[in-house]
Design a protein around this ligand. Structure first.
Ligand code: NDP
Length: 247
Protein backbone atom coordinates (compact mmCIF):
# COMPACT_ATOMS: atom_id res chain seq x y z
CA UNK A 1 0.00 0.00 0.00
CA UNK A 2 2.83 2.33 -0.83
CA UNK A 3 1.96 6.01 -0.56
CA UNK A 4 5.54 7.26 -0.80
CA UNK A 5 5.79 10.95 -1.59
CA UNK A 6 2.03 11.30 -1.90
CA UNK A 7 0.46 14.11 0.13
CA UNK A 8 -2.59 13.42 2.26
CA UNK A 9 -4.66 15.96 4.17
CA UNK A 10 -6.50 14.69 7.24
CA UNK A 11 -9.03 17.17 8.61
CA UNK A 12 -9.44 16.84 12.37
CA UNK A 13 -6.12 15.00 12.45
CA UNK A 14 -5.21 16.29 15.90
CA UNK A 15 -6.80 13.49 17.92
CA UNK A 16 -9.01 10.40 17.94
CA UNK A 17 -9.70 8.69 14.64
CA UNK A 18 -8.06 11.48 12.60
CA UNK A 19 -4.84 11.09 14.53
CA UNK A 20 -4.77 7.32 13.84
CA UNK A 21 -5.48 7.92 10.13
CA UNK A 22 -2.69 10.50 9.84
CA UNK A 23 -0.16 8.17 11.48
CA UNK A 24 -1.26 5.16 9.41
CA UNK A 25 -0.94 7.12 6.14
CA UNK A 26 2.51 8.28 7.20
CA UNK A 27 3.47 4.65 7.98
CA UNK A 28 2.57 3.88 4.35
CA UNK A 29 4.94 6.62 3.20
CA UNK A 30 2.68 9.66 2.80
CA UNK A 31 3.59 13.20 3.73
CA UNK A 32 0.71 14.45 5.83
CA UNK A 33 -1.10 17.72 6.43
CA UNK A 34 -3.33 18.04 9.47
CA UNK A 35 -5.92 20.65 10.25
CA UNK A 36 -7.96 21.49 13.33
CA UNK A 37 -9.27 24.59 15.09
CA UNK A 38 -6.90 24.07 18.03
CA UNK A 39 -3.52 23.20 16.61
CA UNK A 40 -1.69 22.63 19.91
CA UNK A 41 -3.19 19.13 20.15
CA UNK A 42 -1.85 18.30 16.68
CA UNK A 43 1.75 19.03 17.62
CA UNK A 44 2.40 15.57 19.08
CA UNK A 45 0.98 13.96 15.93
CA UNK A 46 3.22 16.19 13.83
CA UNK A 47 6.27 15.18 15.90
CA UNK A 48 5.42 11.48 15.60
CA UNK A 49 5.07 11.72 11.81
CA UNK A 50 8.29 13.70 11.42
CA UNK A 51 10.09 11.05 13.53
CA UNK A 52 9.12 8.54 10.82
CA UNK A 53 11.01 10.67 8.31
CA UNK A 54 7.89 12.04 6.63
CA UNK A 55 6.94 15.66 6.10
CA UNK A 56 4.07 16.97 8.19
CA UNK A 57 2.41 20.38 8.42
CA UNK A 58 -0.30 21.51 10.79
CA UNK A 59 -2.85 24.12 9.74
CA UNK A 60 -5.27 26.00 11.93
CA UNK A 61 -8.57 26.04 10.06
CA UNK A 62 -12.27 25.69 10.68
CA UNK A 63 -13.51 23.51 7.81
CA UNK A 64 -17.06 24.82 8.20
CA UNK A 65 -15.83 28.17 6.86
CA UNK A 66 -15.36 27.88 3.09
CA UNK A 67 -12.72 30.61 2.93
CA UNK A 68 -10.64 29.04 5.69
CA UNK A 69 -10.96 25.62 4.03
CA UNK A 70 -9.91 27.06 0.68
CA UNK A 71 -6.86 28.90 1.96
CA UNK A 72 -5.86 25.87 4.05
CA UNK A 73 -5.91 23.61 0.96
CA UNK A 74 -3.87 26.18 -0.99
CA UNK A 75 -1.32 26.27 1.86
CA UNK A 76 -1.09 22.45 1.90
CA UNK A 77 -0.22 22.44 -1.81
CA UNK A 78 2.24 25.33 -1.37
CA UNK A 79 4.05 23.80 1.59
CA UNK A 80 4.00 20.10 0.66
CA UNK A 81 4.15 20.51 -3.12
CA UNK A 82 1.00 18.64 -4.19
CA UNK A 83 -2.17 17.01 -2.93
CA UNK A 84 -3.27 13.42 -3.54
CA UNK A 85 -5.75 12.44 -0.82
CA UNK A 86 -8.24 14.38 1.28
CA UNK A 87 -9.70 12.61 4.31
CA UNK A 88 -12.76 14.51 5.52
CA UNK A 89 -12.67 13.37 9.13
CA UNK A 90 -13.38 16.56 11.13
CA UNK A 91 -16.69 16.14 12.87
CA UNK A 92 -18.72 17.12 15.91
CA UNK A 93 -21.90 16.11 17.71
CA UNK A 94 -24.48 18.31 19.48
CA UNK A 95 -27.00 15.70 20.62
CA UNK A 96 -30.56 16.48 21.63
CA UNK A 97 -34.04 15.14 21.09
CA UNK A 98 -35.81 16.80 18.16
CA UNK A 99 -38.25 18.88 20.21
CA UNK A 100 -35.41 20.27 22.33
CA UNK A 101 -32.94 20.75 19.54
CA UNK A 102 -31.90 24.36 19.09
CA UNK A 103 -31.14 25.99 15.74
CA UNK A 104 -27.50 26.39 16.68
CA UNK A 105 -27.17 22.67 17.54
CA UNK A 106 -28.57 21.73 14.13
CA UNK A 107 -26.52 24.35 12.27
CA UNK A 108 -23.19 23.63 13.97
CA UNK A 109 -23.32 19.91 13.17
CA UNK A 110 -24.45 20.34 9.55
CA UNK A 111 -21.93 23.13 8.95
CA UNK A 112 -18.98 21.20 10.37
CA UNK A 113 -19.69 17.68 9.17
CA UNK A 114 -21.44 18.23 5.83
CA UNK A 115 -20.47 21.74 4.72
CA UNK A 116 -16.93 21.06 5.96
CA UNK A 117 -16.62 17.98 3.74
CA UNK A 118 -18.10 19.90 0.79
CA UNK A 119 -15.78 22.87 1.36
CA UNK A 120 -12.63 20.74 1.45
CA UNK A 121 -13.70 18.51 -1.46
CA UNK A 122 -14.51 21.54 -3.63
CA UNK A 123 -11.27 23.32 -2.82
CA UNK A 124 -9.17 20.19 -3.40
CA UNK A 125 -10.96 18.94 -6.52
CA UNK A 126 -9.21 21.33 -8.90
CA UNK A 127 -5.77 19.97 -7.97
CA UNK A 128 -6.93 16.33 -8.09
CA UNK A 129 -8.63 16.78 -11.47
CA UNK A 130 -5.52 18.48 -12.86
CA UNK A 131 -3.33 15.62 -11.58
CA UNK A 132 -5.80 13.08 -13.03
CA UNK A 133 -5.52 11.00 -9.90
CA UNK A 134 -6.50 11.29 -6.29
CA UNK A 135 -8.67 10.22 -3.42
CA UNK A 136 -11.44 11.79 -1.40
CA UNK A 137 -12.34 9.71 1.65
CA UNK A 138 -15.25 10.87 3.77
CA UNK A 139 -15.63 9.62 7.35
CA UNK A 140 -19.33 9.17 7.82
CA UNK A 141 -20.92 6.97 10.53
CA UNK A 142 -23.12 3.97 11.23
CA UNK A 143 -25.57 6.69 12.37
CA UNK A 144 -25.74 8.04 8.81
CA UNK A 145 -26.89 4.58 7.69
CA UNK A 146 -29.24 3.63 10.52
CA UNK A 147 -30.21 6.88 12.25
CA UNK A 148 -30.11 7.33 16.02
CA UNK A 149 -32.61 8.85 18.45
CA UNK A 150 -31.24 12.10 19.82
CA UNK A 151 -28.99 12.68 16.81
CA UNK A 152 -31.17 13.97 13.96
CA UNK A 153 -28.59 16.64 13.18
CA UNK A 154 -25.63 14.23 13.22
CA UNK A 155 -27.50 11.51 11.29
CA UNK A 156 -28.59 14.02 8.62
CA UNK A 157 -25.03 15.33 8.27
CA UNK A 158 -23.56 11.84 7.96
CA UNK A 159 -26.26 10.64 5.54
CA UNK A 160 -25.62 13.82 3.55
CA UNK A 161 -21.95 12.89 3.34
CA UNK A 162 -22.95 9.59 1.76
CA UNK A 163 -24.95 11.40 -0.95
CA UNK A 164 -22.04 13.76 -1.48
CA UNK A 165 -19.66 10.78 -1.79
CA UNK A 166 -21.75 8.99 -4.43
CA UNK A 167 -22.44 12.10 -6.51
CA UNK A 168 -18.83 13.21 -6.43
CA UNK A 169 -17.67 9.70 -7.36
CA UNK A 170 -19.79 10.04 -10.50
CA UNK A 171 -18.43 13.52 -11.26
CA UNK A 172 -14.76 12.73 -10.78
CA UNK A 173 -14.54 9.13 -12.00
CA UNK A 174 -13.50 10.06 -15.52
CA UNK A 175 -10.46 11.84 -14.03
CA UNK A 176 -9.38 8.76 -12.05
CA UNK A 177 -10.24 10.43 -8.77
CA UNK A 178 -12.03 8.01 -6.45
CA UNK A 179 -14.45 9.13 -3.76
CA UNK A 180 -15.48 6.75 -0.98
CA UNK A 181 -16.93 6.89 2.50
CA UNK A 182 -15.97 4.94 5.61
CA UNK A 183 -18.68 4.39 8.22
CA UNK A 184 -17.25 3.61 11.66
CA UNK A 185 -19.45 2.12 14.38
CA UNK A 186 -18.69 2.72 18.04
CA UNK A 187 -15.13 3.94 18.55
CA UNK A 188 -14.72 4.92 22.20
CA UNK A 189 -11.81 6.77 23.77
CA UNK A 190 -12.04 9.66 21.34
CA UNK A 191 -13.30 13.16 22.15
CA UNK A 192 -16.61 12.40 20.47
CA UNK A 193 -17.61 9.57 22.80
CA UNK A 194 -16.39 11.19 26.05
CA UNK A 195 -19.90 12.06 27.13
CA UNK A 196 -21.50 8.64 26.58
CA UNK A 197 -22.49 6.95 29.84
CA UNK A 198 -21.40 3.37 30.57
CA UNK A 199 -25.03 2.32 30.19
CA UNK A 200 -25.34 3.82 26.66
CA UNK A 201 -21.97 2.34 25.75
CA UNK A 202 -22.98 -1.16 26.92
CA UNK A 203 -26.30 -0.84 25.04
CA UNK A 204 -24.45 0.01 21.84
CA UNK A 205 -21.89 -2.75 22.37
CA UNK A 206 -24.66 -5.32 22.68
CA UNK A 207 -25.48 -4.58 19.01
CA UNK A 208 -21.96 -5.41 17.81
CA UNK A 209 -21.68 -9.01 16.57
CA UNK A 210 -17.90 -8.96 16.96
CA UNK A 211 -18.44 -8.11 20.62
CA UNK A 212 -15.88 -5.36 21.00
CA UNK A 213 -15.77 -1.65 20.33
CA UNK A 214 -13.84 -0.33 17.37
CA UNK A 215 -10.36 1.14 17.64
CA UNK A 216 -9.23 4.23 15.73
CA UNK A 217 -6.70 1.95 14.00
CA UNK A 218 -9.53 -0.23 12.60
CA UNK A 219 -10.79 2.84 10.74
CA UNK A 220 -7.29 3.99 9.79
CA UNK A 221 -6.51 0.63 8.15
CA UNK A 222 -9.39 0.87 5.69
CA UNK A 223 -8.61 4.51 4.93
CA UNK A 224 -5.01 3.52 4.12
CA UNK A 225 -6.31 0.78 1.81
CA UNK A 226 -8.73 3.16 0.04
CA UNK A 227 -5.91 5.69 -0.38
CA UNK A 228 -3.63 3.09 -1.95
CA UNK A 229 -3.40 1.92 -5.55
CA UNK A 230 -4.93 -1.40 -4.44
CA UNK A 231 -8.26 0.44 -4.30
CA UNK A 232 -7.95 1.96 -7.78
CA UNK A 233 -11.21 0.36 -8.94
CA UNK A 234 -13.33 1.20 -5.90
CA UNK A 235 -15.41 4.38 -5.96
CA UNK A 236 -18.75 5.63 -4.65
CA UNK A 237 -18.78 3.03 -1.87
CA UNK A 238 -19.60 3.22 1.81
CA UNK A 239 -17.43 0.78 3.75
CA UNK A 240 -18.67 0.00 7.25
CA UNK A 241 -16.04 -0.57 9.92
CA UNK A 242 -18.36 -1.38 12.77
CA UNK A 243 -17.91 -4.99 13.88
CA UNK A 244 -21.09 -5.87 12.01
CA UNK A 245 -23.32 -3.35 13.81
CA UNK A 246 -25.12 -2.16 10.65
CA UNK A 247 -26.00 -4.92 8.22
P1 NDP B 1 -12.80 13.72 18.07
O1 NDP B 1 -13.75 14.65 18.73
O2 NDP B 1 -11.86 12.92 18.90
O3 NDP B 1 -11.94 14.53 16.99
C1 NDP B 1 -12.56 15.42 16.10
C2 NDP B 1 -11.48 16.14 15.31
O4 NDP B 1 -12.12 17.07 14.41
C3 NDP B 1 -10.55 16.98 16.19
O5 NDP B 1 -9.26 16.98 15.63
C4 NDP B 1 -11.15 18.37 16.09
O6 NDP B 1 -10.19 19.36 16.41
C5 NDP B 1 -11.59 18.37 14.62
N1 NDP B 1 -12.62 19.35 14.30
C6 NDP B 1 -13.86 19.47 14.83
N2 NDP B 1 -14.52 20.48 14.28
C7 NDP B 1 -13.68 21.03 13.36
C8 NDP B 1 -13.79 22.12 12.46
N3 NDP B 1 -14.89 22.87 12.37
N4 NDP B 1 -12.74 22.41 11.66
C9 NDP B 1 -11.61 21.65 11.72
N5 NDP B 1 -11.44 20.61 12.55
C10 NDP B 1 -12.48 20.31 13.37
O7 NDP B 1 -13.73 12.77 17.17
P2 NDP B 1 -13.53 11.27 16.64
O8 NDP B 1 -12.10 10.99 16.40
O9 NDP B 1 -14.32 10.37 17.50
O10 NDP B 1 -14.31 11.36 15.25
C11 NDP B 1 -13.68 11.57 14.00
C12 NDP B 1 -14.68 11.36 12.89
O11 NDP B 1 -15.19 10.03 12.97
C13 NDP B 1 -15.90 12.29 12.96
O12 NDP B 1 -16.28 12.70 11.69
C14 NDP B 1 -16.97 11.41 13.57
O13 NDP B 1 -18.26 11.82 13.20
C15 NDP B 1 -16.61 10.07 12.99
N6 NDP B 1 -17.12 8.94 13.77
C16 NDP B 1 -16.71 8.73 15.07
C17 NDP B 1 -17.20 7.66 15.79
C18 NDP B 1 -16.81 7.39 17.20
O14 NDP B 1 -17.44 6.49 17.83
N7 NDP B 1 -15.82 8.04 17.76
C19 NDP B 1 -18.17 6.72 15.19
C20 NDP B 1 -18.54 7.04 13.83
C21 NDP B 1 -18.01 8.09 13.16
P3 NDP B 1 -10.62 20.82 16.99
O15 NDP B 1 -11.70 20.60 17.99
O16 NDP B 1 -9.36 21.37 17.54
O17 NDP B 1 -11.07 21.60 15.79
Amino acid sequence: MNLSDKVALVTGGSRGIGRAIAIRLAEEGANVALCARNVEAAESVEAEIKDMGRKCCVFKADVSDSQQADSMIKSVIEELGSLYAVVNNAGITRDNLLLRMKDDEWDAVIKTNLNGSFNCARSAAKALIKARCGRIINITSVVGLQGNAGQVNYAASKAGMIGLTKSLARELGSRSVTVNAVAPGLVPDTGMTDELSDEVMQGMLSQVPLGRPGKPEDVANIVAFLASSRADYITGQVISVDGGMAM
